[in-house]
Design a protein around this ligand. Structure first.
Ligand code: AMP
Length: 430
């Protein structure tokens, strides 16, 4: 299937061609025809699947068609996209500008953490389409700078992340301000009951499109897991970075504090890295991201939330320094590499205490992550018992590993591989 088969108008097709896209991704193939018919959509898809174009292209097309009929259009905001993070908001706005560059559609983006003046000035010039994070949107509505009464197209993006970040009340307030008669789009990587309940408040009688994680992770991303004790992770990371000479590596840490620590430790090893997380100012985050995109910083260390909006074309390697305790986050993380155009590599470090997380991840992605058994920092702690019968890992902690902090163990690296400790961990390959 090509983009020509989807009923997309010439100015947008030209912009897509300029981007170098040859074929629509699965979510684009499924969602674009539905959205062009102005139906509501419930999309179960993660970032990295091409979902932004899937919703942006039809909205641009509708707005463009309306322009021909009504020239006094621009003073009203007719489309609204809500997304949880600033990075993601900026990226979505850029996508609208890219795909809409041959049309008259004007878009703007607003998000918190920066002064509002420039954003307000842009709004005053008149826009058709607004991309926003919830807090700043409500703030500017309350100050009278934004009205939602002309909204015809509404997109709620990354709904699961919105709920995780506690935006539920803001979202409800926003929905109450939007006209009932509208086309609504709702995207989430996961569909837990709370998400489904929220979608029902927003959508009429939606069509549903699901792009399963395994379609995006398994096929394109080369994955590997290393069993390594927490205290050896930094040495292993250093070795991998040096060996691979990777140009742009995104390292995930579960906590902000952990991210800072990794940067400090890498620095000690002579590797320049920067951290990006919610405690950093918006300016610091944008600066770190720009220098990473420009290739000046080779390693970016991020927390899950901060990484949501990172879209770097040439991301060569993703490292899960900590395994996420929410399996869906693993899918989000590795989706940062192997974006629509590229194949990618995702490496995970797994301390003995994290093995239940690994089990949950493997269950979710319905595949085993290949284990690298021959490396210099193999964790030689005792083999773990198999999962409980009828099991569902469900965050169960491994047995035989007392307390939260692993004890300092004898130095296992260098000798471990040779010492026959490195036997097959077949239990994970069930
Ligand atoms: P998204 O899931 O919207 O974050 O998109 C992921 C990446 O895929 C972005 O960098 C897009 O520019 C790119 N992309 C989107 N659609 C296509 C396509 N049909 N072909 C190639 N790349 C695409």
């Amino acid at each position: 299937m090509t983009f020509n088969d989807l009923g997309i108008i010439a100015p947008i097709l030209k912009a897509i061609e300029d981007e170098g896209y040859t074929n629509p991704t699965p979510i684009q193939q499924q969602a674009i025809p539905i959205l062009l018919k102005k139906k509501d959509l419930l999309g179960c898809a993660q970032t990295g699947t091409g979902k932004t174009a899937a919703f942006a292209i039809p909205i641009i097309q509708h707005l463009h068609a309306a322009y021909d009929e009504n020239q006094r259009f621009r003073k009203k905001i007719k489309a609204l996209v809500i997304t949880p993070t600033r990075e993601l908001a900026i990226q979505i706005d850029e996508s609208f500008k890219t795909y809409g560059k041959n049309t008259k559609i004007q878009s703007a983006v607003i998000f918190g953490g920066v002064k509002q003046t420039a954003q307000v000035n842009r709004l005053k010039q008149g826009i058709d389409l607004l991309v926003a994070t919830p807090g700043r949107l409500l703030d500017l509505i309350n100050q009278g700078f934004i009205s939602l009464r002309d909204i015809e197209y509404f997109v709620l993006d990354e709904a699961d992340q919105m709920l995780d970040m506690g935006f539920i009340h803001d979202i409800k307030k926003i929905i109450a301000l939007i006209p009932q008669k509208r086309q609504s789009l709702f995207f989430s990587a996961t569909m837990a009951p709370a998400i489904v309940a929220l979608s029902q408040k927003i959508l009429g009688n939606p069509e549903q499109v699901t792009v399963k994680p395994q379609q995006t992770t398994a096929e394109k991303i080369e994955q590997a897991v290393y069993f390594v004790a927490n205290e050896h992770k930094i040495l292993l990371l250093t070795e991998i970075l040096n060996q691979r000479n990777a140009t742009s590596t995104l390292v995930f840490s579960r906590t902000k504090h952990g991210a800072n620590k990794i940067v400090k430790l890498l620095d000690r090893e002579g590797i320049k890295a920067e951290a990006i997380h919610g405690n950093k100012s918006q300016t610091a985050r944008q600066k770190a991201l720009s220098s990473f995109k420009a290739g000046d910083t080779k390693v970016l260390v991020a927390t899950d939330i901060a990484a949501r909006g990172i879209d770097v074309e040439e991301l060569s390697l993703v490292v899960n320094y900590d395994l996420p305790n929410i399996p869906e986050s693993y899918v989000h993380r590795i989706g940062r590499t192997g974006r629509a155009k590229a194949s990618g590599i995702a490496i995970s470090f797994c301390d003995a205490e994290e093995r239940s997380y690994l089990r949950d991840i493997q269950k979710l992605i319905k595949q085993n992550v290949p284990l690298v058994e021959d490396h210099n920092y193999v964790d030689t702690r005792a083999e773990l018992p198999p999962p409980k019968q009828g099991g569902g890992g469900g965050g169960r902690r491994p047995q035989g590993n007392q307390g939260n902090k692993p004890k300092k163990r004898p130095n296992t690296h260098k000798s471990a591989a040779a010492g026959g400790e490195n036997k097959k961990r077949s239990f994970y390959r069930k």
